[in-house]
Design a protein around this ligand. Structure first.
Ligand code: GUN
Ligand code: ZN
Length: 423
């Protein structure tokens, strides 16, 4: 098996603090990291390795914990908040994925664009059509990407074409899971859209599906906007809170993550914490739709594991560098200072943990998949000017998050396969 030695400056945050190494190397064989050490020592130990020197900063690939496959073409749609935005833009865009050719082309494009943005693993919110989800799984497999996706379940409060019965969702989900999710790095995600789109019978069926498949993930939306919270209160008048709606159907637990979770009461946060449930925080989407400001400190203090999501198409960039900029700004607006190591952790290892892939991706630990990106200025721009003044790898990473975005991702390596991005 061929051996490759990637050399340069490496920064990762396996435990929440940044750890950097200059003049270092990562030895890759069979798509996995087999050594991470000083460059000189590795050159002695692996004299036959093909050496690739990467100018710039090498970090683990980003892990996007919440992004929608069928929403590329309507990202940045003008003028509405969540519920009207769904009706006016989102549902029509998703209906188009009933067409085989459209879905196939979009699946390839979606995975290509994730890689271009530096994302090497993701929990992808699929769509209501089994064939389109098959095409997405196939595209992930072809790219050797670790991650999760699945069929979106909804049986009310949407256009007819997106709705199907709980039984039909159960059957299609079983087929998808059996066909694609036996390799360990491709996981099945049960995706009831959100409580307003799912009847009690559908939520109950979701809970049963989750209970009978201990290896799958579950993700849904929770408490994103105030109007949505009030709608859920009117749809489930007997239930004490939005989070309790999911909990009563067996949908809370360590394999479950809840996108947004902005407007939660103390009791709801405690319920998430006590069940080991996780939060996919999507600051860019929250700003774009005017949904509210997520209090990261409060989630931390309550012990709720949190990672980051782009939430494209409500989010306006697939690149987690841009999402980190919004994350930082949202926390600063609330008076919370955020550590750079914590930012890197949130975009990498924290996401890996949320996906149940913490031993597979997220850092440069030996044995993990060789998933990494290289950051450096491509243009003569503000980022390049700032980069020239950076005096540490942490400073380079922070500058990239504030100023760099997708264009600062020079290359993306997934399972040892490197794609150099054109400048
Ligand atoms: N809530 C229910 N569906 C969606 C969706 O597609 N995007 C966002 N941001 N929120 C949702
Ligand atoms: Zn979403």
């Amino acid at each position: 098996m061929s051996i490759t030695l990637h050399t340069g400056s490496f920064l990762h945050a396996p435990n929440g603090q940044s750890e950097g190494r200059t003049h270092a190397g990562l030895v890759v064989s069979g798509g996995r990291i087999i050594a991470f050490d000083a460059e000189a020592r590795l050159k002695d130990r692996y004299p036959d390795a093909q050496v690739i020197a990467h100018p710039g900063l090498i970090i683990p690939g980003f892990v996007d914990t919440h992004v929608h496959f069928p929403q590329l073409a309507m990202a940045g749609a003008h003028g509405e908040s969540l519920l009207d935005w769904l009706t006016r833009y989102t549902f029509p865009a998703e209906l188009a994925f009933d067409d085989h050719d459209h879905a196939e082309a979009r699946a390839q494009q979606f995975i290509r664009m994730l890689g271009r943005a530096g994302t090497t693993s993701a929990l992808i919110f699929g769509v209501s059509f089994e064939t389109a989800v098959q095409q997405l799984f196939s595209a992930m497999k072809d790219a050797k990407m670790a991650g999760a996706t699945g069929l979106v379940w909804m049986d009310r409060e949407g256009p007819k074409g997106l709705l199907q019965s709980a039984q039909s969702c159960l059957d299609a989900s079983d087929r998808l899971l059996n066909k694609f999710c036996n390799s360990g790095h491709l996981r099945y995600a049960l995706l009831p859209r959100f409580a307003p789109s799912c009847s009690p019978a559908m939520l109950e069926a979701s809970g049963h599906f989750l209970a009978s498949h201990p290896d799958i993930l579950m993700q849904t939306h929770l408490s994103e906007s105030i109007d949505e919270v009030e709608w859920v209160r009117s749809l489930f008048p007997q239930t004490t809170s939005y989070t309790e709606v999911y909990h009563q159907f067996g949908l809370c637990g360590p394999q479950s993550s809840f996108a947004h979770s902005i407007h939660l009461s103390d009791d709801e946060l405690e319920l998430l914490a006590s069940t080991g449930s996780q939060i996919a925080h999507c600051p860019s989407a929250n700003l774009f739709l005017g949904s509210g400001l997520f209090d990261f400190d409060r989630a931390q203090v309550n012990g709720v594991h949190t990672a980051l999501g782009s939430d494209v198409g409500a989010g306006t960039s697939l690149c987690l560098l841009d999402v980190l900029r919004d994350f930082y700004s949202v926390q600063m607006t609330q008076g919370h200072r955020i550590d750079v190591g914590q930012m890197l952790y949130l975009a990498t290892q924290a996401g890996a943990n949320l996906l149940g892939l913490g031993d597979e991706v997220g850092s440069f630990a030996i044995g993990k998949r060789a998933d990494f990106v290289v950051i450096r200025p491509i243009w003569d721009d503000l980022f390049a000017a700032r980069w020239a003044q950076c005096n540490s790898m942490e400073d380079q990473f922070f500058a990239a998050a504030m100023l760099g975005g997708t264009s600062s991702i020079a290359s993306t390596t997934i399972a040892g396969r490197t794609t150099i991005h054109p400048g």
